[in-house]
Design a protein around this ligand. Structure first.
Ligand code: GLN
Length: 456
């Protein structure tokens, strides 16, 4: 199985993988074979997996898509990587992504853009663009991704696959190269909800090495996420937020999403009109909070402890300056500057604190409807299908605006997923997939996965 996928990866021209090492992979495959032979296998033993290059791995380089870490190899495995290894899964390699997971099209990677396998002139989405492309092109049966503001859901949508971001605190952030710590969450991406359920079961659980990891008492006990996969949807109340269907939503995306909603009605669900009034504020709030946290997290890349160090510097300050100017790409530098600015004394209250207050309001929007008015919420993942490579590469704000439907879920810490529900229209978009977003209450992953599974 590992050889099959390694051969496909070798022939692929999508730039989805950043680091493949056949010998390392085959050594893990052999260990898996032994486990199968001696009766200690789990259901996932021998199943190949590939990791977004945000997860550190022993053996394979861990770059976070950045020149800063171009030659970095970690002395340990991230908890998520370790858990999958413990289950006997076989690592195929490391997947391309936007630099430090900052982006929506994978074009911010220091190692080049990734092509969308459905239409090679389109972006795969981001920041887990390599993850989305790898599953869609069948270079891996399942992969890991990380989602800070949509980076699992949006590339899953653009690549026509399934992905789930669990409740914040479910999966350990230990060994996940930090972007915005109060938002970062790991999750699986695969062809189906059933595959995602199997993968999620191995990835989650309390980890004392992550200070925001949720304990079993808080609701994060080990779970078999496949357990509810055959529940009928009769009586399921689906909240349809009017803010997700307004101006800016492309007609072809709306059509595919509405058709999916109609199919859920056929499956026994009812649609409920709801409102999430602060949705539009998620963009300014997220693009304050995430850069603020990033500016703090990325201060560790100083040319001393990790990563790139410039040559030919005058003194320590000059070494920091040159190393960071050379190691970080333009989007990362932009966010460090924005984040540093809004955390400054004198601006903190006006920007950072205000953004935190908006975050609370957005969280309250969901609390007002989930449970009382609806069981799950559905809408589009993104306002359009995948756009052309290069078409928004020089326009950060255009990229930020395209995150409108995924940011709120992250700010609230709720689980959300994307499942394929059709394709765009017109000559250009006919091959570009549309994703349906399903959002649930805290710890409702098993329910979301069943809802998705009934549709699939
Ligand atoms: N597109 C968003 C950003 O650029 C989300 C990224 C993510 O979820 N990692 O910040």
């Amino acid at each position: 199985l590992a050889t099959h996928f390694l051969d496909r990866i070798e022939k692929s021209d999508l730039n989805a993988f950043l680091h493949v090492d056949r010998a390392l992979t085959l050594a893990q495959a052999e260990a898996a074979d032994q486990r199968i032979a001696n009766g200690t296998a789990t259901p996932l033993t021998g199943v190949p997996i590939a990791h977004k290059d945000i997860f550190v791995t022993q053996g394979w380089r861990s770059t976070a898509g950045s020149k800063m870490l171009a030659n970095y190899t970690s002395p340990f495995d991230a908890t998520v990587v370790q858990k999958m290894l413990d289950a006997g899964m076989v690592n195929l390699g490391k997947l391309n992504c936007d630099e430090f997971a900052m982006g929506s099209s994978n074009e911010n990677s220091a190692f080049g853009a990734v092509k969308n396998p459905w239409d090679k002139s389109a972006v795969p989405g981001g920041s887990s663009g390599g993850s989305g492309a790898a599953v869609a092109a069948r270079l891996a049966p399942g992969v890991t991704g990380t989602d800070t503001g949509g980076s699992i859901r949006q590339p899953a949508s653009f690549c026509g696959i399934t992905g789930i971001k669990p409740t914040y605190g479910r999966a350990s952030r230990f060994g996940m190269i930090a972007f915005a710590s109060s938002l970062d969450q790991a999750g699986p991406m695969a062809q189906t909800a059933e595959d995602c359920a199997l993968l999620l079961s191995t990835m989650t659980g309390f980890d004392e090495r992550d200070s925001t990891s949720l304990t079993a008492e808080q609701g994060n006990a080990a779970e078999d996420y496949t357990r509810d996969l055959n529940q009928p949807l009769t009586g399921l109340r689906i909240g349809v937020p009017k803010e997700y269907f307004g101006e800016g939503l492309a007609a072809d995306v709306e059509k595919a999403v509405r058709a999916a909603l109609a199919k859920f009605v056929e499956l026994g669900a009812t649609l409920v009109d709801i409102s999430l009034p602060n949705t539009a504020l998620s963009i300014p709030a997220y693009y304050m909070i995430a850069p603020a946290e990033a500016s703090s997290n990325l201060s560790r890349f100083d040319g001393v402890r990790y990563g790139h160090r410039a040559e030919g510097y005058k003194d320590l300050q000059d070494m920091y300056k040159k190393s960071r100017a050379q190691g970080f790409g333009p989007e990362v530098q932009r966010r460090i500057m924005v984040g540093t600015y809004i955390l400054c004394h004198g601006y903190y209250d006006a920007y950072y604190l205000k953004a935190q207050k908006i975050r609370r309001k957005i969280t309250q929007d969901f609390a007002n409807v989930l449970g009382s008015q609806c069981d799950v919420i559905m809408g589009p993942v993104a306002p359009t299908v995948a756009w052309d490579l290069g078409s928004k590469a020089d326009d950060p704000v255009a990229n930020y605006l395209a995150d409108i439907f995924t940011l709120s879920t992250s700010l609230a810490g709720l689980p959300g997923m994307s499942i394929p529900c059709g394709f765009g229209e017109g000559e250009k978009n006919a091959k570009r997939p549309v994703g349906l977003q399903i959002i649930g209450n805290y710890f409702a992953e098993a329910k979301l996965l069943n809802v998705a599974h009934q549709f699939q």
